[in-house]
Design a protein around this ligand. Sequence first.
Ligand code: SF4
Ligand code: SF4
Length: 432
Amino acid sequence: MMNFEVKADPELWEKIGVDVTRLSKMREVLTDLYKKAFLSQKNRPEGMRYFDEVISNIHTGRIREILQAKEEGRPVVGTFCVFVPEEIIVGLEGVCIGLCGGSQGTIPDAEKVLPKNICPLVKSAYGFRIGRVCPYFQVLDVLYGETTCDAKKKNYELYAEELPTYVMEIPQMKRKVDEELWLKEVKAFKEHMEGVAKRSLTEEALHEGIKIINRKRKALQRLNELRMTENPPISGKDVLLINQISFYDDPVRFAEKVEALCEELEERVKRGEGVSERGAVRVMIAGTPMALPNWKVPNIVENSGGIIVYEESCIGSRYFNNLIPEESKDLESMLLNLTRRYMKINCACFTPNEERIQDILSAYERSKAEGIIYYSLAFCHTYNIEAYKVKRACEERGIPFLFIETDYSPEDVGQLQTRIEAFLEQIRERRS
Ligand code: SF4
Ligand code: SF4
């Protein structure tokens, strides 16, 4: 696998309007980064090969599949948040892509337009679009935004100048009245999406969409259970990678591959075979999502004698927790069940948001983690402020807690390394 490369297809890129020179350079950087971060790991499960293939084909094979879907009349939909209901998109045979914003390389593009002091996720994603370096952006039929944080909300107005963009209103409280508002928004989204797909969402189609996405979430839940076992059979980095890929891949094929990997991991667990040294420090991460290819902090943690056993994030548990009941088959109750499932996502954009703190504490117990690293992207006010409450809850319970605020630049890697190593050492000392 060391001959791994992120493949190039300049002809295809030219055709869809990608900046070929820049993407060619970026895929070289990504190849290098991937080899160092993933392929250098010892004792990786065989089932990871599929996910290596996905990354290898991320700018080529998957794009050709999507173009094929377009030819078949299936709409291609881009999203930025786990609040946009995938079940409806998939029910309408759409291809749903969670657009990434995890790269430092596109931030200077965005900063020509956006202020410097906003979250790097927002800047990176927008930079991909205006720099024409993301093939996914080039093939979208529609972009669905949401009113979660101010940076994204205002940025959608700029996207709308370039792309068909539709923004969903997300309630920021969880009262009865908010559930009603959210149900109305879900229905309006369904109607809009029906217009894009040029077909209507039948009961059977929505039920099928629910089953497909439930299966995908269930597979990720099973993987999460396995990574929490006493001697984890898979690294936290690989689990993060799989969660990142879940936003790009075909959902049916993805679920099958995760299930196959879980079978292999179950065998490993039976044999007591783990990926890290016995005694590795079990770390839980909580906070803002780490979008592809943001592997900065997990790399440091797992190269310093830690293993990540849980990730409370939207590219983690907030995406796969909670399923939609499959018993109801009439449209109205399915849409209500869907709404209720989505209202359980405890994003820091909600106020108050005590459920998130309870979620973190219970995941900490379940995963038998030994400490929490709270990860906040710079200028993400909601997660940044909520860190205070999470820290206080941890202190009250004697849970080791480390707060990290960072962006995608490599400048603070040395400093983060020192802080993370000291944190892991502090946990080891507590053991004795
Ligand atoms: S952190 Fe909040 S705004 Fe961001 S993807 Fe998750 S739910 Fe959406
Ligand atoms: S990390 Fe925070 S600021 Fe950035 S997009 Fe998500 S919610 Fe918005």
